[in-house]
Design a protein. Structure first.
Length: 101
């Protein structure tokens, strides 16, 4: 479902970035420390997962526009849209409200 959604958005000319969350719900991710974290749905409570995901979305929304403009000279990022599939939707709403609670 998410892949279809991302492909549709990209086909409309949007640059799409899919985050690999570090809250234990990704099948596997590599942390900043270089350690691999495998799926563990019990790593955090639901509220902690939501807060972590919202923080990661805000971090990406802050970092990506400049990075895109740096890598793709001549590209101007006008609008950043936060979205999500499944548990990503409430994470995006929480992030759009400014900061995790």
């Amino acid at each position: 479902m998410a892949t279809y959604f991302f492909r549709t958005m990209a086909s409309k000319g949007m640059i799409v970035a899919a985050l690999e969350h570090t809250d234990g719900t990704a099948s596997s991710t590599v942390l900043d420390t270089g350690i691999e974290r495998r799926f563990n749905e019990y790593l955090m409570t639901g509220r902690q997962q939501l807060t972590r995901r919202a923080s990661e979305l805000l971090e990406a929304a802050e970092f990506l526009p400049d990075e895109i403009e740096r890598r793709y000279r001549g590209t101007t990022v006008g609008t950043v849209m936060l979205g999500g599939h499944s548990y990503g939707a409430p994470s995006a709403v929480m992030a759009a409200n400014g900061a995790p609670a």
